[in-house]
Design a protein around this ligand. Structure first.
Ligand SMILES: *Cc1c(COP(=O)(O)O)cnc(C)c1O
Length: 475
């Protein structure tokens, strides 16, 4: 039967004031600007009018409630923040798209403290004179890395740009062809070099660069020997990389400084926990690099920042570069980074206090127990048919770090009967909080390594809700 358009239903369309008086609206008005509420009711009325005219609504007596419901939905949509909480069930510990490192409890506390009260960001409380915003982190960084001096900027891309611009503007920088990396977001070594005003001199081949290649590349215009840690890819097979130590030897013989961009610099050796052996920040400093740069929010597990450590005269020169002011860190970064670095002074607890390190070093048994707990809780909440199974798999470090590392993990694999696995993935991404996991081998796979212990109950409820009702309707 053709749906008929019943114009008489238009008479049922309520007035804005009538909807405004409804209990649901008076409640929403306590937290929502009146203008948003009124606009949503008008938009809702227009949509329902259109539906009536198109013959999509033909039950008398339902119009008022439809306008009300649609208005509530529109208000919720409008007032929901765009940046939302996500449960990371992807198994990628440092997921750039999910905001990289989680902060330690101490870092969260200090950020809250400096958000709600003034702080001594640039005042020395003893002398009452102007102080440096970098001081609290400089001391910790030199102590932890063994470097003479330190400086922190907005991110590591800025750190590399600042270092190159300060040490090699108008001069040549020698880099191995095997290390001309692209980090993503169009951060490529050749392009950053150009921006900094330095000239790139490529030496060696993609798979092999010998110390002699650097030596042959040196001219009277050479200002820097640059080593870039190939953090997000590996060249395997017939390879030869010149180490930072070897570069330092050439640098000393030719009086040219050496810089190492570590990318994902770390302070704790993770090889003991089955991760690949890579040089730490301390080792790179000890190898004699004049300048070392790394990110604050990769393996260090702190806030977004670009950390520069090394020889004092170079760091002092960078501090005087006007670019430093343009890429300076804010008080939240200072607060979170100081707290993060302090955690490293407590060697016994650092692996549990820094969420990134905890996720990377957690025992398989603990992950398995969490997977079983989630399975049990989902089973007790679902009524609709679903197959649930705890299986083995692998997690990734992510954030362009240790690309070949395979960390054995446990996953909860789901196969719903009332919808496809892809539909389930979409519905879970739209839930509150959103859930991001992997679809693999025809199953929805939740990696428990990156799910926080305190998120298990919430995740079980969201999963059960979506499986039972097809979507998450939450008030
Ligand atoms: C990640 C990375 C960068 C960029 O660091 P951000 O903190 O993301 O700006 C630079 N160099 C290397 C080698 C990296 O791995």
């Amino acid at each position: 039967m053709e749906p008929h358009s019943d114009k008489s239903l238009l008479r049922e369309l309520p007035k804005v004031d009538q909807i405004l008086l409804h209990r649901d609206m008076t409640r929403l008005l306590q937290t929502t600007p009146r203008s948003v509420v009124v606009e949503s009711i008008r938009n809702s009325t227009a949509l329902i009018r259109k539906a009536i005219l198109e013959g999509q609504i033909f039950e008398p007596g339902t119009v008022h409630d439809r306008v009300l419901q649609k208005a509530v939905a529109l208000i919720k949509e409008k007032t929901r923040p765009n940046l939302r909480r996500v449960i990371n069930a992807s198994g990628v510990v440092l997921h750039t798209n999910l905001g990289r490192a989680l902060m330690s409890e101490s870092a969260r506390d200090t950020v809250t403290a400096v958000s709600s009260s003034f702080c001594n960001l640039e005042i020395n409380l003893e002398s009452g004179k102007r102080g440096s915003r970098y001081e609290p982190v400089e001391e910790l960084l030199t102590r932890l890395t063994g470097a003479e001096a330190a400086l922190v900027v907005n991110n590591n891309a800025a750190a590399v740009l600042l270092a190159l611009g300060t040490m090699a503007k108008g001069k040549e920088v020698i880099v191995s062809r095997g290390q001309l990396v692209e980090i993503g977001g169009s951060f490529r070594i050749p392009e950053v070099m150009e921006q900094s005003g330095a000239t790139l001199v490529e030496v060696g081949a993609t798979n092999k660069t010998h110390p002699g290649d650097y030596q042959n590349g040196v001219s009277e215009n050479t200002a820097l020997l640059l080593h870039v840690h190939t953090s997000n890819y590996r060249i395997v097979g017939f390879t030869r990389e010149t180490t930072v130590e070897e570069l330092v030897q050439i640098g000393q013989a030719t009086n040219i400084p050496v810089m190492s961009d570590l990318g994902s610099g770390f302070l704790v050796d993770l090889a003991k926990y089955g991760l690949p052996k890579e040089p730490s920040v301390q080792e790179t400093v000890a190898a004699g690099a004049d300048i070392v740069t790394f990110s604050g929010d990769k393996l260090l597990g702190g806030p977004q920042a670009g950390i520069i450590v090394g020889k004092r005269h170079w760091v002092e020169k960078m501090k005087k570069n006007p670019l430093t002011r343009a890429v300076r860190i804010n008080k939240f970064t200072v607060a979170a980074l100081e707290a993060t670095l302090r955690e490293y002074l407590d060697e016994e607890n650092v692996l549990t206090n820094i969420p990134t390190l905890r996720m990377l070093t957690e025992s398989q048994e603990k992950i398995r127990v969490r997977a079983k707990e989630l399975e049990f809780k989902v089973r007790s909440l679902v009524q609709a048919k679903v197959s649930l199974e705890v299986i083995k798999g692998y997690s990734q470090v992510g954030g362009g770090s240790m690309p070949t590392a395979e960390m054995p993990t446990y996953l909860l694999a789901l196969l719903p009967e009332l919808m496809t696995v892809d539909e389930l993935a979409v519905k879970l991404r739209l839930a509150e909080p959103a859930v991001v996991a992997r679809v693999r081998d025809g199953k929805y796979q939740i990696d428990l390594r990156t799910v926080q212990p305190e998120e298990i109950d919430m995740l079980a409820e969201i999963l059960a809700y979506v499986i039972n009702y097809g979507e998450v309707i939450r008030s």
